[in-house]
Design a protein around this ligand. Structure first.
Ligand code: FMN
Length: 189
């Protein structure tokens, strides 16, 4: 039997950092497909513990100000360079998906299992984007717990900001990365 080409895609998958991405990013229709792929993630109890925001092209400056506010929240006296770096983060990749975890804490399904579903949804997006010919990376960035970002994205008190999936055309591909050998993480039982 010929192996399905998706195996090669998974085996060679690499995250591509925002600084290595350029326009164009996925189209609106492709983003729609990526989210359709996300929601096929394993989801115990059908709780749908995820939602996504697409950063619209006209929202980049607003995102930059949110990153600056988050920086100020984490560092009382940030340097101008640090603030500029925070601002620049909003403009690195052509497309950004904000990943939000919406656990149901009253459900019988443990929150840890619900979090795993978010991770699976993100991986589906990354793999599907790669299958479309784009690169992408999931980044929390350290500011995800700030009030500034939570408020900017309108998170409910019960929700958590996972991070951002930056997507775009690979302008500068990363090198290969050494992966653990299967036998190092697989045992007979
Ligand atoms: C939830 C989550 C958040 C992450 N946040 C960051 C981050 O803020 N910065 C970073 O450099 N890598 C972050 N990573 C790791 C990258 O997404 C990526 O996996 C890593 O650079 C290794 O590259 P690879 O996926 O090609 O193995 C995060 C991964 C996960 C699962």
């Amino acid at each position: 039997m010929t192996p399905h080409p998706v195996l090669d895609l998974i085996l060679s998958r690499r995250s591509v950092a925002p600084r290595r991405l350029a326009a164009p990013g996925p189209s609106a229709e492709q983003i729609h497909t990526l989210v359709a792929c996300a929601v096929t993630a394993p989801d115990h109890g059908d709780l749908r513990p995820w939602r996504f925001l697409r950063v619209a092209p006209g929202s980049r400056d607003r995102l930059a100000e949110a990153f600056v506010a988050a920086k100020r929240e984490l560092e009382p006296e940030p340097t101008d360079v640090a603030l500029e770096r925070a601002r620049a983060k909003a403009h690195k990749e052509p497309e950004t998906l904000v990943v939000i975890f919406r656990p149901d804490r009253a459900a019988s399904i443990p929150v840890q299992e619900q979090a795993m579903s978010v991770g699976a949804a993100c991986e589906n997006i990354l793999l599907a984007a790669e299958a479309m010919g784009y690169g992408g990376m999931l980044i929390s960035g350290g500011e995800v717990t700030t009030r500034a970002l939570r408020d900017a994205f309108g998170l409910a008190a019960s929700e958590e900001l996972v991070g951002f999936i930056g997507l775009g055309t690979v302008a500068n591909p990363p090198g290969p990365r050494e992966r653990p050998a299967p036998e190092d993480v697989l045992a007979e039982w």
